[in-house]
Ligand binder design. Structure first.
Ligand SMILES: CC(=O)[C@@H](O)[C@H](O)COP(=O)(O)O
Ligand SMILES: NCC(=O)COP(=O)(O)O
Length: 245
């Protein structure tokens, strides 16, 4: 069964907008787990626009499932991840000025840097994942450098403005998942997934985990956080079962 990692970054976005104590990402993590989340994902960005260092520290003690800590490949952020020692550490690209993560990490173009990060995090006890485009060369490089997990960036599929582009992107993701799985990698996926586009991704055989945040936090405004997580978990399960039958 596909696992669901709930990304709680945007609970913190709302808090940071006013500098209040609420809403609490810690409370969100506890509720998400009680609603069936298999992991809690947070992205401590270099500009600290949402999740803060203190959140990550508290979450590390509170999370009962797994912490999936997304981290840029910089000295500062890696030092932080090495101190936190999350169960899963996901290497992501980061641009200060971007609205949201725009693409996958360029593993091919910075092999030495990525290899060093994988080695350090693995030694610290984290399972390392690489957030990567559905690009076979990047997947081969991730495997070559020893990453046990990849997370396929689904952003282009999610942002497609017409059906034809969406189908093309979906096919790229399907091929990438099959390729990564054949190489022996655990293949996760995520970014931009919501209640109306997750079905086709969840139906792809061999995807192990979906990381979803923005849409769940948005849905929580109307149905509550627990129900929003439950609804997403159920959609994923039904779509994955239907495709298998
Ligand atoms: C890497 C990724 O997909 C998530 O961390 C996502 O980026 C979080 O939201 P923001 O991009 O808005 O920080
Ligand atoms: N790695 C993807 C993630 O954590 C969630 O991204 P989004 O659902 O907030 O776009």
């Amino acid at each position: 069964m596909i696992q669901l990692g709930v990304n709680i970054d945007h609970v913190a976005t709302l808090r940071q907008a006013r500098g209040t104590r609420y809403p609490s990402p810690i409370q969100a993590a506890v509720i998400a787990e009680s609603a069936g989340a298999d992991a809690i994902t947070v992205h401590l960005r270099e500009d600290r626009r949402h999740i803060q260092d203190r959140d990550v520290e508290i979450l590390r003690d509170v999370i009962q499932t797994r912490m999936n800590l997304e981290t840029a490949v910089t000295d500062e952020m890696l030092a932080h991840a090495l101190r936190i020692r999350p169960q899963d550490a996901c290497l992501v690209p980061e641009k200060r000025e971007e609205l949201t993560t725009e693409g996958g990490l360029d593993v091919v173009g910075q092999r030495a840097k990525v290899k060093a990060a994988i080695n350090m995090l693995t030694e610290a006890g984290s399972r390392v994942s690489i957030f990567i485009d559905p690009d076979l060369k990047q997947i081969d490089a991730a495997k070559e450098l020893g990453a046990p997990v990849i997370e396929i960036h689904t952003g282009r599929y999610a942002e497609a403005e017409d059906l034809h582009t969406m189908q093309l992107e979906l096919e790229r993701i399907r091929v990438a998942v099959a390729h990564g799985t054949k190489l022996g990698l655990r293949v996760n996926a995520g970014h931009g997934l919501h209640y109306h586009n997750v079905q086709k991704i969840a139906a792809i055989p061999d995807i192990r985990e979906l990381n979803i945040g923005h849409a769940i936090v948005a849905q929580a405004l109307f149905v509550g956080f627990k129900e929003a997580v439950r609804e997403m978990k159920q959609l994923i399960e039904v779509s994955s079962r239907l495709s298998a039958s």
